[in-house]
Design a protein around this ligand. Structure first.
Ligand code: MLT
Length: 447
């Protein structure tokens, strides 16, 4: 099966009447007609879609980063912290693994994935959810002509949750509508979690990015004492430094135009008061910030800058020196077309790679994030940077497991049980400071 059975990644928005297939040369396939069926719902502004994806107060289908408020992000971060802590003790592990041991999940990943797939699988295992997978559609009945929707409906017959990644931009969203419609007609319906949809969104990556920022911007340190803390030391050098994500300057560097993780994270950061987003990318229509994301951010009152190097001056200093967090990305060359290949030859890509010299000029606390994979051939983050305490990307990837477990616990409504068990378990022997860190028999654990 071809990687993209439809010519356009955003088929539902591009096609108008359904009389032709997506490349205009053949009658539409049933897959194409299925997506067209949901076109009016897909084309609504995101805000109008959010209620439909909820079940009461709870998230039912996780499709867009715009579904998450700051309060929900705080709750998820707090649950992720508790799961992380409970996973360190046998009694905590035993409790977690029984929580959802009656549930089964399908991991339907028809686009390559390492971290997202494995961390979802590990998250399921932490909570006792049994996992199965379809990763290669050539081993499924799709090779016999089965539609995506029939496949999804079949998965929903056997499983209680579908976590899906697809090269098709709107497939996860359309599948959520399929499930909503099935539920309304009293048929079996299960939650859909979007684990990456074409160039469109990767909401759960944005959740782990936010969780990593939440933890980093607590500025807690194992060496903190009642005499001095890392935060106080940093404040001597950066008097305006505050805890938390609000009011900070975030840099995104690399392939901004095609990075779905950038889209999802920028949307979440827009929830926080007073943030500035700086996009560092070649001035090329494929790689620079897209019009839709720019407009969405501006509409939400976010301060944005678009520059083409770390040296460009913003607010009186070179970008690299003013950032509070830096999100590196790779150039997604697998999406290049022939025109891109020719015009990219003109670009000086060395500007979009970190060096030890650049890192030395960054603020002492500025975390370096990357959704990974990093590209060894391009070298946007050379390995010599990995030992710098600001290199947060491996911890960021591990955080994906905790926050995805927290998300699943919230979708299945067991997050409160986790909070209660945690309180009972830890209040007896541990000193727990909600804002900073835990002191436990295992030592001080930074949240
Ligand atoms: C993604 O799935 O979008 C990745 O984690 C980021 C990338 O492929 O560069």
């Amino acid at each position: 099966m071809p990687d993209k059975p439809f010519a356009s990644e955003n088929l539902a928005a591009d096609q108008t009447d359904g009389s032709k297939g997506s490349d205009g040369s053949h009658p539409p396939t049933q897959d194409e007609l299925d997506l067209l069926h949901y076109k009016p719902r897909i084309e609504r502004p995101v805000k109008q879609k959010i209620d439909e994806l909820q079940q009461g107060e709870r998230l039912r289908h996780v499709i867009f980063s715009a579904q998450f408020s700051v309060e929900q992000l705080e709750d998820l971060g707090s649950t992720a912290d508790k799961i992380c802590m409970l996973s360190r003790t046998p009694s905590g592990q035993d409790f977690l693994i029984r929580l959802l041991s009656h549930k089964r999940a399908m991991l339907y990943f028809t686009q390559p994935s390492t971290r997202t797939f494995l961390s979802f699988m590990a998250a399921c295992q932490i909570l006792g959810i049994t996992c199965n997978e379809v990763r290669n559609p050539t081993t499924s009945s799709e090779t016999k002509g089965e539609t995506h929707f029939d496949s999804i409906r079949m998965f929903s017959s056997y499983f209680d949750l579908i976590i899906m990644r697809s090269p098709l931009a709107r497939l996860a969203e359309a599948c959520a509508y399929l499930m909503i419609d099935l539920e309304e007609s009293d048929n079996r319906s299960v939650p859909i979690v979007n684990a990456g949809s074409g160039a469109d969104e990767h909401p759960t990556q944005a959740l782990l990015d936010i969780y990593t920022l939440q933890r980093t911007f607590q500025f807690a340190d194992p060496k903190d004492s009642s005499i001095t803390t890392r935060y106080e030391q940093l404040q001597e050098r950066y008097p305006n430094l505050t805890r938390g994500l609000a009011g900070k300057t975030y840099g995104f560097c690399g392939d901004i135009g095609r990075g779905r993780t950038v889209r999802s994270l920028a949307n979440l950061l827009a929830n926080y008061e007073g943030v500035t987003l700086i996009f560092i990318a070649p001035r090329h229509p494929t790689l620079a910030l897209g019009d839709d994301l720019r407009q969405r951010l501006l509409d939400r009152g976010v301060r944005i800058h678009e520059v083409d190097s770390f040296e460009e001056v913003v607010d009186g200093q070179p970008v690299i020196e003013g950032l509070d967090a830096l999100y590196m990305t790779r150039i997604q060359k697998e999406h290049n077309d022939a025109a891109d290949a020719a015009s990219f030859a003109e670009i000086d890509f060395s500007r979009y790679k970190l060096t030890l010299d650049l890192v030395a000029r960054m603020k002492q606390y500025t975390p370096i994030l990357h959704p990974f994979p990093r590209d060894q051939h391009f070298g946007e983050i050379p390995p010599e940077i990995d030992d710098d305490p600001r290199a947060m990307y491996f911890r960021q990837a591990r955080n994906g497991m905790w926050v995805r477990a927290a998300l699943l616990s919230s979708v299945f409504g067991v997050d409160r049980q986790i909070a209660e068990f945690f309180r009972d378990e830890f209040s007896q022997w541990h000193h727990y400071q909600e804002e900073l860190a835990w002191t436990t028999p295992l030592g001080t654990v930074q949240k």
